[in-house]
Design a protein around this ligand. Structure first.
Ligand SMILES: [Zn+2]
Ligand SMILES: [Zn+2]
Length: 398
């Protein structure tokens, strides 16, 4: 039996654990909130790594991965302060917050700031049992102008963008490089396919043919990524189901859905900017350590959220139970979505308007997942009238 329960309570930066009793089953459950996709001045983000990490730390996240494009921040890099930084007061804000830690020099009349390496900013900001900084890279490639971006969480060694003969070939070679590195370093790490609808670079058919892919972004908070699709392209959630139906028929493991920020802009806030706080994962992990977070995610013990939190997410062989950690005055819609034997597509199995719901599996069910919609508007949304949601992982019915 898998049991998920009350989201963590964050009190003065400490996580309080809750003993949960459900039917005959008691378990201590801990949920950790994290974002696995973020950019800094190491690539095309507009702030210093420590400032970004500090934001997540101050906003009740328990883990963060800076995933800059094609770098793991391990070299000496003096960043030149330009017009944009002057306008945003980027250096002043950094110095104000971090004081003498900041290293600057003047060279040929230009102000340069040394970007701290991953090891440096991690040791500055990570706090045991309270806040975790995970090493990451967004391996950023393309095929015939189609963007192909793949994050590698807990990467050890930088992976250069890989070229190939098709979108599928580039993705597969990148995944193979991640698997090879994981084996070589005996370190848990995983790849996740980023924003498939960005530039409509990656189709459901491409994803279907991959081998060894376990995660993709069902939601990405960057305004240019087309999570919703358009007249010609399906949305990422529909893509997710189609890929999983195919994976199951091929005997491949199920694909899990992640929500991320993909934040780049930290000085201006609008639906046109890629800002923080839009999408994250809630992971049910034994402890706050990278290996445990990865292990829980690989078991599907997490959900993706853009604002809805769950008090209870319980599955066993017979049913799924959901209870929303509700905000007052908000209406929730709990939708059980399933794929049934012999069907072409998923169907809506049950819909409940309320704060809790359960679904008893039928013998024809193959997998069931839950989306929780709400009528609560998101602050700083990427699309007009965007509301807060959550997505559980598909649960395989035996
Ligand atoms: Zn990207
Ligand atoms: Zn990105």
């Amino acid at each position: 039996m898998r049991i998920f329960n009350k989201p963590f309570l964050v009190v003065a930066g400490l996580i309080s654990f809750q003993l949960v009793s459900c039917k005959n089953f008691s378990a201590k459950q801990t949920w950790y909130k994290g974002n696995l996709h973020t950019h800094s001045l190491w690539s095309d983000g507009d702030d210093f790594p420590e400032m970004i990490i500090q934001w997540y730390k101050d906003n009740d996240y328990q883990f963060i991965a800076l995933s800059d494009h094609n770098t793991i921040g391990d070299s000496e890099f003096w960043y030149e302060i330009r017009e944009r930084e002057v306008k945003n007061k980027t250096l002043e804000k950094y110095q104000h917050r971090f004081g003498d830690w900041v290293e600057t020099k003047i060279d040929s009349g230009k102000t340069l700031v040394r970007l701290k390496t991953f090891e440096e900013f991690r040791s500055k900001l990570q706090v045991p049992d309270s806040f975790l900084v995970i090493k990451s890279e967004e391996v950023t490639s393309s095929f015939e102008k189609k963007p192909i971006h793949i994050n590698v969480t807990n990467i050890v060694e930088k992976i250069d963008p890989i070229r190939g003969t098709s979108v599928l070939d580039v993705m597969q070679r990148t995944l193979d490089a991640v698997h090879e590195q994981r084996k070589r370093f005996k370190t848990p790490m995983f790849a996740h396919i980023n924003h498939p609808n960005f530039g409509y670079g990656i189709s459901a058919d491409d994803l279907k043919q991959l081998n060894g892919e376990r995660f993709f972004e069902v939601y990405n908070g960057h305004p240019a990524v087309n999570n919703e699709g358009d007249d010609m392209h399906i949305d990422t959630e529909t893509m997710w189901d189609l890929v999983n139906i195919h994976y199951l028929n091929e005997g491949k493991p199920i694909l899990f859905g992640i929500a991320t920020d993909d934040s780049h802009r930290y000085h201006s806030f609008s639906s046109e900017d890629s800002n923080t706080g839009r999408g994250w994962v809630m992971v049910n992990s034994k402890k706050l350590a990278t290996e445990d977070i990865i292990s829980a995610m690989e078991k599907g013990d997490f959900y993706a959220s853009t604002g809805v939190h769950l008090k209870k997410l319980l599955t066993d062989k017979k049913q799924i139970e959901i209870e929303v950690d509700h905000e007052s005055g908000v209406i929730y819609e709990i939708i059980f979505i399933g794929y049934q034997k012999g069907a072409e597509d998923v169907v809506e199995l049950k819909k409940v308007i309320g704060k809790s719901a359960s679904y008893t599996f039928k013998k024809e069910d193959v997998f069931v997942r839950v989306r929780i919609n709400s009528d609560a508007k998101k602050d700083n949304p990427i699309i007009k009238d965007e509301t807060k949601k959550a997505w559980t992982q598909p649960f395989l019915v035996e």
